[in-house]
Design a protein around this ligand. Structure first.
Ligand code: IPM
Ligand code: MG
Length: 360
C-alpha cells in the first residue's frame, strides 16, 4: 500500500521521538512492501517561530491532504509561558487542530509490561493478572471549548468557564466505544459526575440509551471521584473507560502511570470525516529534550495505532507492538523505565529504537 502521512513533530521531545517512529515505519514499509510518504508541517512553538502562528493554514492543508496525521507534542518550558511563542501554545495548536478536524473520539491505550511492573505505583498483588485498559475520551466538547474569562467582579478577581455537550456528541463516542468493546471483553464503565453536573446527567442518559441498543456489552456508570479511587484500589475491574473531555484528560494520565511511566501511552483521535490523528498521551517534556533520553515508546505505539486504525495494517501494527515487547523482555530500557532490578541495559532514545527495529 501507498500512504501519505502528515508529520507534525512539534516541540520539546516531539521531533526526536518522531524521528524514531519514522525509522520504525520505514522498517515496516521495507518488510511488508508498503510505501509511506511523509509530509512534514510545523505546529506549536516550532510553527510560531516561522509563521507567528501556532497552527498555520499550511499545516491544516498538509493534514487535509494526508491519509493520517502523526503528531508529536507541543508546548514550552513552564518558566517561559509568558513569551508569545509559548503562551497558550497547547490551546492554540493541538486543541485548535482537534476542533478544526472534529477529532471527537480519543482512544488511549495502556499496556502493562510485566518486566517493568516494579515501576508501577501499585502493589504487585494488584497487578498480578496484568492490566490492559483503554480510555475513550470525548475530545471536542466540555469546558475545553467553552468560554474562559479571567476578570474582576465586585472588586475582586473572578474566573468563569463554561462547557457544553450535545447528545449527538455523546452518542458518537459511545457508539464507537461499544463497537470496540465487542472486540475486547464486552465491558464498559462510563465515568461522569452526574450527581452534580448537567453535562454529566446528559452523558449518563445518552450512554444509557446506547447501552440499551447494545445489550451484549455490559455497561455501568461510575462517578469520576470514585473512578479515581477505584483505579488505584482495584484496577483490574476496568477494561474500557468511556468519559468526557476533562475527566478523560485527568483519568488517562492516572491510567498511564499505572504502567510505570507516562512515556508509554499512545493515542488515536478519530473524526467522522475518516481522518485520524495519532499522538503520545504525554507532554513535550522540554526539560529532557535533545538529550537522546526520551522514551520513544508512546510515539512508536502511536504509529502502530495509525497502521491498525487508519490503514487496516493489523499484522504490521502487531509486529511493532511485539517488537517493543521483545525489546523490553530483552532488558533494554530508556532511563525512565529502568527498574534497577535484574539485567537491564539503559540506552538512549535512538539506541532503544535500534533494538526495536532489530526485532521487527
Ligand atoms: C492531553 C493534553 C492536552 C489536553 C493539553 C496539552 C491541552 O494534556 O492531550 O491530554 O488537555 O487535552
Ligand atoms: Mg492530558
Amino acid at each position: 500500500m501507498n500512504k501519505k502521512i502528515a508529520i507534525l513533530a512539534g516541540d520539546g521531545i516531539g521531533p526526536e521521538v518522531m524521528a524514531q517512529a519514522i525509522r520504525v515505519l520505514d522498517a515496516v514499509a521495507a518488510k511488508f512492501e508498503h510505501k509511506f510518504d511523509y509530509v512534514e508541517a510545523l505546529v506549536g512553538g516550532a510553527a510560531y517561530d516561522h509563521y507567528q502562528n501556532h497552527l498555520p493554514q499550511e499545516t491544516i492543508d498538509v493534514c487535509k491532504g494526508a491519509d493520517a496525521v502523526l503528531f508529536g507534542s507541543v508546548g514550552g518550558p513552564v518558566e517561559l509561558q509568558h513569551e508569545a511563542k509559548w503562551a497558550n501554545c497547547e490551546a492554540k495548536s493541538i486543541l485548535a487542530l482537534r476542533k478544526a478536524f472534529n477529532f471527537n473520539i480519543n482512544l488511549r491505550k495502556m499496556t502493562l509490561y510485566p518486566e517493568i511492573a516494579a515501576l508501577s505505583p501499585l502493589r504487585p498483588d494488584l497487578l498480578k493478572d496484568g492490566l490492559d485498559i483503554v480510555v475513550f475520551r470525548e475530545l471536542v466538547g466540555d469546558v475545553y471549548f467553552g468560554e474562559h474569562t479571567l476578570d474582576e467582579k465586585n472588586g475582586e478577581r473572578h474566573a468563569f468557564d463554561s462547557g457544553e455537550y450535545t447528545e449527538s456528541q455523546i452518542r458518537s463516542i459511545a457508539e464507537y466505544a461499544f463497537n470496540v468493546a465487542r472486540t475486547r471483553k464486552n465491558r464498559i464503565i462510563s465515568v461522569d459526575k452526574a450527581n452534580v453536573m448537567a453535562m454529566s446527567k446528559l452523558w449518563r442518559q445518552v450512554v444509557g440509551e446506547v447501552a440499551k441498543q447494545n445489550p451484549d456489552v455490559a455497561c455501568s456508570d461510575m462517578l469520576v471521584d470514585n473512578c479515581a479511587m477505584q483505579l488505584v484500589k482495584n484496577p483490574a475491574q476496568f477494561d474500557i473507560i468511556l468519559t468526557s473531555n476533562l475527566f478523560g484528560d485527568i483519568i488517562s494520565d492516572e491510567v498511564s502511570v499505572l504502567s510505570g511511566s507516562v512515556g508509554m501511552m499512545p493515542s488515536a483521535s478519530f473524526s467522522p470525516s475518516g481522518l485520524a490523528l495519532y499522538e503520545p498521551a504525554g507532554g513535550s517534556a522540554p526539560d529532557i529534550a535533545n538529550k537522546n533520553i526520551a522514551n520513544p515508546i508512546a510515539q512508536i505505539l502511536s504509529a502502530s495505532l495509525m497502521l491498525a486504525y487508519s490503514f487496516n495494517m493489523l499484522t504490521e501494527a502487531n509486529a511493532i507492538d511485539e517488537a517493543i515487547k521483545a525489546t523490553i523482555v530483552a532488558g533494554f530500557r530508556t532511563g525512565d523505565i529502568a527498574t534497577k532490578l535484574g539485567n537491564e541495559t539503559v540506552v538512549g532514545t535512538k539506541e532503544f529504537t535500534d533494538q526495536v527495529i532489530a526485532r521487527l
